[in-house]
Design a binder for this molecule. Structure first.
Ligand code: CU
Length: 198
């Protein structure tokens, strides 16, 4: 990768294209960084890791987990990089209230938040893994926002897909906030790291 960028930089300088050179420099900076999180449950047990990287015009998110209850789990980036298991949601009693609402660059509802991700499937042996790409945010925007936290929920995420026959007036405010994913069972603060390939 480094070789490719160096070649691009030489071409840009050779053509005297200052703007292109600056764009390449900016891209090198972004490619130099990644986000990482160690995901812990309420007892502080390590239940997974998360990696966030830039990949062309997308952001790639990779998760591996272990020691979690089998089934689908709501899986989102939340706005605040604070994972305090003793911080309880006054409305529901859920821990990790400190991580705030779903990370969002605008004023979207669920499941249109910038940090909304496909649910995590945990296998019968408690392990899960997934790689997902999203164009809803770039790594720099996440860090500008204050880094955030990855949260794994107890229940599946209904993505606010509530058919009219169940709710004639559509999903309620709670569903449009969280997708009814239930309590927060694990949390990982996303921190900035150098990729070391620049
Ligand atoms: Cu969430």
């Amino acid at each position: 990768m480094a070789g490719k960028y160096h070649l691009l930089a030489v071409v840009a300088l050779g053509a005297g294209a200052t703007a292109l050179g600056a764009a390449v420099a900016e891209r090198m900076t972004a490619a130099d960084q990644r986000g990482e999180a160690v995901i812990k449950d309420v007892d502080g047990k390590n239940v997974g890791t998360l990696r966030i990287e830039e990949q062309d015009d997308r952001t790639r998110i990779t998760v591996t987990s272990q020691g979690l209850p089998p089934g689908y789990h709501g899986f989102h980036i939340h706005a605040k990089g604070v994972c305090d298991p003793k911080s309880k949601d006054p409305a529901t009693g859920s821990p990790f209230f400190s991580a705030g609402p779903h990370f969002d660059l605008d004023a979207h509802s669920h499941p249109e938040h910038s940090g909304d991700l496909p649910p995590l499937l945990v296998n019968g042996d408690g392990t899960g893994s997934a790689t997902v790409t999203t164009d809803r945010f770039r790594l720099a925007q996440l860090f500008d926002h204050g880094s955030g936290a990855i949260i794994i929920h107890a229940a599946p995420d209904n993505q606010a897909n509530v058919p009219k026959r169940y709710a004639p007036s559509g999903p309620d405010a709670e569903t449009l906030k969280t997708g009814d994913s239930g309590a927060r069972i694990a949390c990982g603060v996303i921190t900035k790291h150098k990729t070391g390939r620049g």
